[in-house]
Write a protein that binds this ligand. Structure first.
Ligand code: ADP
Ligand code: MG
Length: 469
């Protein structure tokens, strides 16, 4: 490189050579060091549960114990409790004390025995292998938390018995001129509530993937009261975030999504988003009838959202534009008298199959009919990436499981043939468990809305709060 300067004395050239070489060496070392610092900043700045030693510490852990209960308060699906166990057990095994907090149902800021977490405290004790104490008021648990010794655990009563948890003012409509002021006041109270919860503990763990898409007191606001070293995601959260990443960063095609459940309105955001990602989209469950109605069909008593007919037509249009194959059921299993509260067919009620756009007035569509089931199974066949959220019928009742079962079986088959299948949503997971298919799919997510928002590519507030974003 220095040969072009050969007219210079060789000693002089050697000097320049050595100077450059040693400086390049220093330059390279500085570069490596800067990269190291950069990676330190972005990756390692977040505390991780694996690294953290909980010995002698009190940890407040937000879990998602919003488990379905039957009318006697018995847990009908314990997936969410099992999901949080690795985190809870690690804390106890380290010699830490546990303060467990969760919401259940939608009590809307009022105490309601139907949603009391006292109903699940024995089951949590059994699963955790220690007797878990119960604090009947989550905002007045300072003494109970203080009394905890290493290896002991306390479960707080339902956080949503306080409106502060969700931070939305109750008893006032958005249209009311006083709403903004009420909202501001509630946000201030939410901070105090989060501060109270934070005061019980030395560190905070968020393992509630199911509510990670909500910016609530216990899922996000509380994180402000802990420094970076003392707040972290739990094992379940880490796993869920990874599973979503697996799907999105490595979509193998065909990618088939199946969206069901009761209403189109609760799923429209993700449906529109999926129309930009998937090859086929199966729409089933209660939303079938909003689509049928939008085309002037007779849907009898079936569940329908009359203000969403244009939304349904818009979905069809977008699918066409994006070249996505939209798969809708054509027939339904219908019933004249179904009790949604007890998930049972009333005595003397009739059950018959009709075309989904020709259902007699006294019937309502509660499950996919035989032709639809075949169509759904065919749409799933050969898929390489599968996402399922929302059952295809009122699977809680044995008379109306066939549609969801057909989908579950087809997913299990595709998975055995190499597809990656991801199933999420409280009811969808309960459904997969009811059919004994849990170990025949690739990943079962404990999140419904959170999973869907993460798939949409949104940053979840529960994750952002820990990362300090
Ligand atoms: P997930 O919890 O998996 O996200 P959803 O909560 O959206 O699922 O929907 C599940 C509910 O949808 C179930 O309780 C089921 O009974 C109901 N559902 C499914 N099909 C129908 C239908 N045709 N009519 C009324 N409800 C339905
Ligand atoms: Mg649900």
């Amino acid at each position: 490189m220095l040969s072009c300067f050969s007219f210079l004395p060789s000693r002089f050239l050697n000097l320049i050579h050595n100077y450059l070489a040693s400086n390049l060496f220093v330059f390279a070392i500085v570069c490596i060091f800067v990269r190291f610092l950069e990676s330190f900043n972005t990756i390692n700045i977040m505390q991780t549960i694996d690294k953290f030693n909980f010995a002698g510490k009190k940890a407040i852990v937000r879990v998602d114990f919003n488990v379905p209960l039957d009318e006697n308060g018995k847990i009908t699906d314990d997936t969410r409790i099992r999901g949080a166990l690795p985190t809870l057990k690690k804390i106890l095994a380290d010699g830490g004390s546990l303060i467990i907090m969760s919401h259940m149902g939608k009590p809307k800021g009022k105490v309601n025995a139907k949603y009391s977490l006292s109903q699940i405290v024995d089951e949590v004790s059994n699963k955790l292998g220690v007797k878990v104490a119960f604090a009947p008021d989550c905002a007045k648990a300072a003494d109970a938390a203080k009394a905890l010794k290493p290896g002991e655990a306390l479960l707080l009563e339902n956080l949503r018995f306080y409106a502060e948890e969700e931070g939305k003012p109750v008893g006032i409509e958005k249209e009311d001129p006083a709403y903004e002021a009420a909202k501001k006041e509630m946000k201030a109270k939410q901070k105090d509530f989060a501060k109270t919860l934070a005061s019980y503990a030395d560190c905070y763990v968020n393992d509630a993937f199911g509510t990670a898409h909500r910016k609530h007191a216990s899922t996000a606001v509380i994180a402000d009261y802990f420094d970076t070293d003392n707040k972290m995601l739990g094992y379940l959260m880490e796993k869920e975030v990874q599973a979503v990443d697996n799907v999105l960063s490595n979509i193998k095609r065909p990618f088939v999504a199946i969206m069901g459940g009761s209403k189109v309105s609760s799923k429209i955001g993700i449906i529109e988003n999926l129309l930009g990602k998937v090859d086929r989209l199966v729409l089933c469950g209660g939303m079938t009838y909003t689509f049928a109605k939008a085309h002037g069909g007779e849907i009898g008593n079936s569940i329908v959202e009359l203000d969403k007919l244009d939304v349904a037509l818009g979905v069809e249009e977008l699918a066409k534009k994006n070249g996505v194959e939209l798969v809708l059921g054509t027939d339904s299993v219908c019933c004249t008298d179904y009790d949604f509260a007890s998930f049972s067919v009333k005595p003397g009620a009739k059950i018959e199959v009709f075309n989904s756009n020709n259902i007699p007035a006294e019937f309502e569509g509660l499950d996919a009919g035989p032709l639809s089931r075949e169509k759904f199974a065919k749409a799933i066949e050969g898929a390489k990436t599968i996402l399922w959220n929302g059952p295809a019928g009122c699977f809680e009742c044995d008379e109306f499981t066939a549609g969801s079962r057909a989908i579950g079986d087809a997913i299990a088959k595709a998975t055995a043939e190499g597809a990656f299948s991801l199933i999420g949503g409280g009811d969808s997971v309960a459904c997969v468990n009811k059919f004994g298919l849990a170990d025949k799919v690739s990943y079962i997510s404990t999140g419904g809305g959170a999973l869907l928002e993460a798939i949409e590519g949104k940053v979840l507030p529960g994750v952002a709060a820990i990362k300090g974003e």
